[in-house]
Write a protein that binds this ligand. Sequence first.
Ligand SMILES: [Zn+2]
Ligand SMILES: [Zn+2]
Length: 499
Amino acid sequence: MSKFLVTITPPTPNGDLHLGHLAGPFLAGDVCARVLRQLGHETLLVSYSDDYQSYLLRRSRESGRWHVDIAVANSAAIQRSMRSVDIAVSNFLQAYGNPYFLEEVNRYFDMIEDRALVERRAASIPFCKDCAVFGYEGFGRARCNYCGASSDASQCEACAGAPEVARMGPMQCNLCKGTMTPVPVERLVWKLGLSFARLKKLYAAVSTRAHLSSYLERILAQDGAEWPLTRPGEPSIPLARHPDQPVHTWFAGLAGYRATVREFLAKESRLESIQDWWNPSVTIVHFLGYDCSYSHAVAYRALLDIEGAAPRLVVPVTNRFLKLDGKDFSTSRNHAIWIKDISSAYPVDAIRFYVALKAPENEVDDFNRADFARWVESSYLPRFLRDPKWAGAGLRANPPAGEALARLQGPIADWRRSAQPQSFSMAGMARALEALLVEIEHTDGGANAHLWSLYGLLGQALHPGLSSRIAAAVHGRRPEAAEWSNAVMAGEAADVHSV
Ligand SMILES: [Zn+2]
Ligand SMILES: [Zn+2]
């Protein structure tokens, strides 16, 4: 048994969760944590509210409400939405003013400063005089100096680069739409490029999705890279050593995850210390959108390496983005399916299964509302709800043998590969379940208790509610099927241990 920390990128609490979040890191993180526990590993699933995000300050200016009030209200809504689709985080930390959070951010900052990795640099940052805001992130937009896409000056959604603000050209103020004027400031930067040779070695032993591998190859070649960490003139996370230099939220993620674990251990009165969950034998699996690659796959990996007494194996699992009816999800234009709406209109397990099948793991994908409604009506409900075998007798106990047993090996192997952190794929797990359903429907008129029992076990992480209903229906009448499927899983589980 090993220990795993599974993380979900902290959502910006300027709105509730929508289906794009679910298809990205949220459902995948939950499924991964559940499957690791099913395989016998001690696992925590953590996330927190990104209360220091620059976009919250903008929302505050637009709405006239204090940004922390906005954050607290949306953070509560986000947690309700997670529960409504059975996303079971171990702890979700409210970051604003949280003592664990502030202590950890300062600890990591001091750690790199004490190793002479931080420098003070003169910089020129666009500023809007009329609105009195700087164009660090939430308040300004210009062209990304790497790919040319419209971007803020912090993280480019198109190429996942951290643009260099001095090379981005004219910046437009998001509040008044006027052009910002560069003003001189001093910022603290992290000479992050000095870690790139080490990171190349570390990533040689980790398998990542193709888009992240090529991203890392491109980024880690720039070993002179410096990452600006502070935003003088914008309220952000306070540094005890540098009161005039608040650090931005992108630096704070690893600190945030560690703080969330510490708060969890304290809340639950656990006897373990943070060292029990933060040492080289613990594996971290980060779930993140591709646009968070620079922070998670580069900066946090470097922090853990510098820290030393920290998790040694880190697996970043990145996703591309889901579109809705052909267009980008947008909170501001209300082009979204809100989790709270879809979870009250459809079975939770149907949402989880379908979203897993459509997860944009390697390519941008599209969610079409009409297709989903048709799939629920024509596939999910008849199979799992309306079939008479779930209400009465008729399940046949007939352990698959010979050729029938051999045919199961493909889906089981696919499921097993998809369940491993280094090749994790909830879409792969969902497709393996679909392949198993084909077998089930061709055997004993779709009423083989052993096959349904196996299906329930393999589907447990993906659709926990449906799996427990299947288990109750099948094992209540055919307890021998449970023994058989557990034995099949136990045989397989031995191999899944080696991550
Ligand atoms: Zn770009
Ligand atoms: Zn302005």
